[in-house]
Design a protein around this ligand. Structure first.
Ligand code: AMP
Length: 465
């Protein structure tokens, strides 16, 4: 398969111009994936699909395109892959004509037993059209011997492992599903009488839909003309949402668990200031991801906040570029220094995370070059010691700077005066928890702890395929 994906999903049921609303929803989920976008609509008789590489706004911006997506129901997807497999065939939603009719599926997450399942499926006659792990779900649904679609889906899910928030559209239903641990987000909303499913609440806001609730871990919500039904398909598993959604991935204005992501990030910055009392003149965020934490740090420490680094908004997220050479280049293109707020100052730079160290390396150098006297680099989360296999792309162990170096070495490598991270306990505090429950952690925090709630041995052995 070779794909790791962090994506955004959106679906809407029974409303005029469903594809237009889906386009808007996807546009506000664009931060979750910029490589490709797709929409499948259903007009009561037929399914229609448009899939494009690139940004939503560049591709779903004409009446001509949207006219190809008629109907009052639609499901959409924005996609991000980083291992080079950027083919249009992998752009979702994936669609198949099954015995009971059309079946469109949009997936955010990553399956962890794809190697085993693909082998079994191929050996028994399946032909794969894509290299996306999502196709396994379609194959398993197609081959299920159960009669009803819902039972076929349940049957398919009983074979897969991993992280998945799914939106499925058939000719009668819109279905939202979260994996047993609820690792990736999925929310339910309503616009007038139409139900909406989306990765984050920011996609509800843009279309003026009301947030109802989060889909629960292990839950399937089934939306039909008669309303909404909920089934707990994995009733007894503990919720472990991915902590990194709050730290980095979700949009700051999205609401998770009653608070904005912005508030969590500000809390992380405050906590970082409580744990690390550094004498300095200015607090400067690494834009944009470090901004809320830097505000928190500045407010707590009393050190003034300055925009010392300016971000060029016409360059995509550094990570999103599939090759290391482009990625390196991307960092330079992306940031420049605002000398006036940095020269002769002792600077605290704040970012939300260090992965490979590429960004930290570049910005520390830039800030020194601009005349800073000291550059302290504060990270509003703990060191990333382990890769993610549940849908956020992080590189393997060998490329994770903190998995291979201690703090003194990191400080040297990135050329900073000092480097400091937030503690794990502090991270939980910032999220509103007194302490991390060691037996049953409130989040999946495997990137920091190596505590993977879902077995990843298949991936470690065979790669993500
Ligand atoms: P690096 O430059 O490799 O150390 O990556 C750290 C930078 O990338 C930070 O500015 C983060 O905000 C951002 N980042 C962290 N995790 C991810 C991710 N999974 N995808 C894209 N960017 C990320």
């Amino acid at each position: 398969m070779g794909l790791k994906e962090e994506c955004g999903v959106f679906g809407i049921f029974d409303i005029d111009e469903a594809a237009v609303l889906t386009t808007l929803g996807l546009h506000s989920l664009q931060h979750r994936g910029q490589e490709g976008a797709g929409i499948v609509s259903y007009d009561g008789t037929s399914f229609h699909a448009v899939k494009k590489e690139g940004l939503v706004g560049d591709n779903f911006n004409s009446a001509e395109t949207l006219d190809k997506l008629p109907g009052r129901r639609a499901v959409g997807h924005v996609r991000y892959s980083t291992t080079g497999d950027t083919k249009i065939t992998n752009v979702q939603p994936l669609f198949a004509n099954l015995s009971a009719g059309g079946f469109a599926c949009a997936h955010n997450g990553n399956l962890t037993n794809t190697h085993k399942l693909t082998k079994q499926l191929v050996q028994t006659g399946s032909i794969f059209q894509t290299t996306s792990d999502t196709e396994i779900i379609l194959q398993l649904v197609a081959r299920s011997r159960k009669r009803k679609t819902i039972d076929k889906i349940k049957d398919a899910l009983s074979h897969i492992q991993g992280a998945y928030s799914l939106i499925i559209m058939t000719n009668k239903k819109l279905i939202g599903i979260k994996d047993p641990f609820g690792i990736r987000p999925l929310v339910l909303g309503k616009k007038n009488k139409a139900y909406v499913l989306a990765s984050e609440t920011c996609a509800l806001d843009i279309i003026g839909a009301k947030y109802i609730r989060d889909v629960e871990n292990g839950e399937m919500v089934i939306i039909t003309e008669s309303g909404l039904e909920s089934i707990k398909i994995f009733p007894n598993s503990p919720e472990r949402p991915c902590i990194f959604e709050r730290i980095y991935f979700s949009r700051p204005d999205s609401i998770i668990d009653g608070n904005s992501v912005y508030t969590y990030r500000k809390n992380l910055g405050e906590q970082l200031a409580i744990e690390n009392n550094i004498d300095a003149d200015v607090v400067v965020p690494v834009p944009d991801s470090g901004a809320p934490a830097a505000i928190g740090y500045s407010q707590k420490s009393g050190i003034p906040f300055e925009l010392g680094i300016i971000r060029n908004h016409y360059v995509g997220r550094t990570f999103i570029e599939p090759s290391q050479s482009i990625r390196q280049f991307g960092v330079k293109l992306k940031h420049s220094v605002n000398k006036s707020s940095i020269k002769n100052k002792r600077v605290i730079l704040i970012d939300d995370s260090i992965v490979r160290g590429t960004t930290a390396n570049k910005v520390v150098k830039m800030v020194f070059d601009a005349g800073a006297k000291e550059v302290h680099f504060g990270i509003s989360s703990p060191p990333i010691l382990h890769p993610d296999f549940y849908g956020i792309d992080t590189p393997q162990y060998s490329e994770l700077i903190a998995a291979n170096h201690n703090i003194e070495e990191i400080t040297k490598i990135i050329g900073a005066t000092s480097v400091f991270f937030l503690s794990l306990e502090g991270t939980y505090k910032a999220m509103g928890h007194e302490t991390r429950n060691p037996k049953n952690p409130q989040f999946t925090d495997h990137c920091f702890t190596g505590d993977y709630p879902i077995d990843v041995r298949d991936i470690l052995k065979h790669g993500n395929s």
